[in-house]
Design a protein around this ligand. Sequence first.
Ligand code: PLP
Length: 461
Amino acid sequence: MQQELDLFRRIADRLLSEEKREGVVKPIPAAALWNTLNLQLSAEGLSETEFEQLLTEVVLSTPRTATSKFFNQLFGGRTPKATLGDLLAVMLNNSMYTYKVAGPQVGVEKAIIKEIISLIGYPSTADGTIASGGSMSNLIAMLMARDKKDPEARFKGNRKPLVAYTSAASHYSIAKNAAFLGIGRDYVRNIPTDATGKMDPQALSAQILSDKAAGLEPFFINGTAGTTVLGVFDPIDPLADIAQAHELWLHIDGAYCGSVVFSTKYKHLVSGLHRADSFNLNAHKMMGTPLTCSIIVTRHKKHLADSLSNEAEYLYQTDGDDFNLGKTSLQCGRRNDALKFWSLWKAVGTKGLEAMVDRQFALAETAVNYIRDHKDYTLYSDLPSISVCFNYKDIPAKTLCTALYEEGELMVGFGSFANETFVRLVTINAGNQEQQILDFFATMEAFVSKHEAALKITTEV
Ligand SMILES: *Cc1c(COP(=O)(O)O)cnc(C)c1O
């Protein structure tokens, strides 16, 4: 292994210097991929030299999410202490299902869950697990809600016409999960939002009443803490009132911005969260850990266990259920996604996590102020949100984002809300400071002034 670690070091050093020098890499067009890189597998292995060359080439031509010019998704940059934790998790290669094979790593995971539970003020009946992403955390939430509404469903399948509620601006995993669970996409109600993108509680209430009148069985409300496009927060207290009145499970999907729970200044955005039945946050988004690290917690340890546990004598041979995390997990074998977040959290403390959250909102403010101070921009989003949505010089957002990507200038995406499509600048990139946000605008403006004719021609087509 020593030889591979040396090689790792050489390749990683190259990558770090290229990230600095070049930023994002100029993409290989998908149609040219197979002719550009020798990716096909063959009967014979490569020599050590060829292997190193090829591996380096593949790594260096891969999109660079860790550079300061990556704004394309709801993650970006690199948090070195978290990356270190993940590298060690790979070296250790435990599986999180039992204490016997994961040992102290079980405690590492439990410590994270315990602290999040305490930060949101859940009672001692709370518990949680780490899933392979926000989509899967949302699946666990919907599963617990279904099994609570109909405990027999686990054995007999769905017998009731269950209905789930989520806002029209929520993540697509809600509809997908309803399909997975046999509830059906058509039984997910997309509740309208107000003009700012927050779920409208009155519309929610009306829809529940009309579904009940039609003989259907509402069971689940999903609220979002940080909607995927605009990054806004559904109002939790009104949703909790409705959930309470109708005895529905309330889940808060904080995959994107649930990490506001670490910030004194911004946790008001999720006030009422302690009333939700379950809540998830993706540490691989605001906390900048390597993908994936999605934590789901629930007030009801019982429902987590009821929905996810299975007896398996071949697996659970020692220690109590509390230390055998497989009993409350969606998976059997499960990689250690806890160590990276724990390493970061231990190194910087909750105060360090808070500073990360606060900085992202401050950077969004920098971007919004820049947009307000410069003509040729139209702003579509409001503070506080770390998604800054705008258009520049009436260039269609898709044209602009695609051209910036194809020329290897910047990676940034576009989104739509209320019939408008716009550039979505996400100030989540873990390494960025104010300067990198200003550089983003400078790079984009210079690019547009150089290519304005071409971009306008595309506009007219
Ligand atoms: C990103 C996101 C998800 C999905 O999380 P994955 O880890 O990508 O599966 C779910 N909900 C919201 C609001 C998100 O932003």
